[in-house]
Write a protein that binds this ligand. Structure first.
Ligand SMILES: Cc1cc2nc3c(=O)[nH]c(=O)nc-3n(C[C@H](O)[C@H](O)[C@H](O)COP(=O)(O)OP(=O)(O)OC[C@H]3O[C@@H](n4cnc5c(N)ncnc54)[C@H](O)[C@@H]3O)c2cc1C
Length: 360
């Protein structure tokens, strides 16, 4: 809490949120440096109120919520008084990589909607004050999907199993949530009925880039910790960083950190200027999620046995922690294969002359 108070007084709280909502009022490009710095520390994103999924939810609500929803959901979230979650994914055969599979149903009734279904892998659900839930409001699964705001105190919201996952970075874990005839009044429909997928993209395009920013910070930290050891550890008569094979690991980390920042800068600019940012954001997400994994893996290797130890004895712990925490980033916010599919489809359409090529 002390760190959060200090972030507020330094004007760094919720970097991207407008100042009238208590945020820093920074553009996405400006926030990029702050979010990367926040990611350098395991506690940084919480201290600056820019951790997932709240950060993505705040920005979505800021763009889409009605005045009453801003008052009841956005403002408490922006002040850090409650946490939230985003509930889309379902156990098979429900929605995952293929967005057409939403099986949670919202049935129309007087004054609102009745939600029934099962979600899983919902980050932060344990302890959240409310969830943003995707449910089908059309005739079949995945048909006319709509977003709903649902307080977790609703008697139809049931928190289920806490999955034991590779990562340990998320407050509130990754949980199963069952919706059993959860009544949502009309005033808690988020945006327009049937436009849930559109709003999901409004949320995801910047949210996957802010994930990239935080993970880049974590990768830089791992690289710095490994460099500190490689430049002081003496092996076979010379410093580890003077051995050619260690130099290759160090150099590849430097190259991929720089390449990741360049791709991120371009995608951030496109999102910020409302340019068609789909391909740029997919390219950045695929490359950075995979590059961060490689950078941290090389850092573990340079560290030797201590690279695998959590913060005990002489180990920094951040390298081992990040190695486990970052793996899932190649799956959430669109698996690498899904982004590659859309990049390739776009390139093929351009080659066939049906579409202009995305800016490079
Ligand atoms: C740590 C973590 C946190 C998460 N948090 C949330 C959350 O807060 N809210 C939420 O709603 N969901 C969340 N998720 C779920 C996440 O969004 C899904 O796991 C993801 O969309 C993939 O869906 P799936 O798990 O059903 O895998 P599937 O859809 O079954 O896909 C399995 C694999 O198939 C491959 N694949 C997919 N499409 C193609 C293709 N076209 N060609 C070739 N291969 C392909 C990919 O490798 C993919 O990983 C989280 C997941 C994790 C791991």
């Amino acid at each position: 809490m002390d760190l959060q108070t200090r972030a507020k007084s330094a004007g760094l709280w919720s970097p991207q949120l407008p100042e009238q909502l208590g945020g820093g009022g920074f553009t996405l490009t400006q926030a990029s440096a702050l979010l990367e710095a926040a990611g350098y520390s395991l506690l940084g994103p919480l201290a600056l109120n820019c951790a997932a999924p709240d950060e993505g939810n705040v920005n979505l609500l800021e763009k889409v919520a009605s005045e009453s929803q801003r008052h009841r959901y956005l403002r408490p979230l922006a002040r850090g008084e409650v946490r939230s979650c985003f509930a889309m994914t379902e156990p098979a055969p429900g929605v995952g990589s293929d967005p057409r599979g939403v099986t949670t149903r919202a049935t129309r009734m007087a004054g609102g909607w009745l939600l029934t279904g099962k979600k899983h892998l919902i980050t932060g659900a344990d302890g959240a004050g409310f969830g943003i839930v995707m449910a089908a409001t059309g005739n079949g699964p995945g048909d006319a999907v709509t977003m709903f705001l649902l307080p977790t105190a609703n008697e139809g919201w049931h928190l289920g199993e806490h999955y034991r996952t590779l990562d340990a970075v998320s407050v509130g874990g990754h949980c199963v949530v069952t919706l059993a005839d959860a009544f949502v009044p009309d005033e808690d429909v988020l945006g327009e009925v049937g436009r849930g997928f559109h709003y999901a993209q409004v949320r995801l395009a910047p949210a996957r880039l802010t994930h990239c920013m935080r993970w880049l910070g974590a990768a830089q930290r791992s690289h710095d910790v490994a460099l500190a050891r490689a430049t002081t550890r003496n092996l076979f008569g010379r410093t580890l960083s003077d051995h050619g094979m260690a130099q290759a690991l160090i150099a590849d980390n430097e190259i991929e950190l720089a390449a990741a920042r360049a791709l991120l800068r371009q995608a951030t600019w496109d999102v910020e200027h409302d340019r068609d940012a789909g391909v740029a954001s997919s390219r950045a997400k695929v490359f950075i999620s995979e590059a961060v994994g490689r950078i941290v893996d090389r850092s573990v290797q340079l560290m030797g046995g201590l690279g695998t130890v959590h913060a005990e004895g002489p180990a920094d712990g951040a390298v081992a922690r990040t190695y486990a925490d970052v793996r899932a980033f190649r799956i959430y916010d669109g698996a690498s294969e899904v982004h590659r599919m859309s990049i390739a489809k776009r390139a093929a359409r351009a080659a066939q002359g049906n579409e202009s090529r995305a800016a490079t």
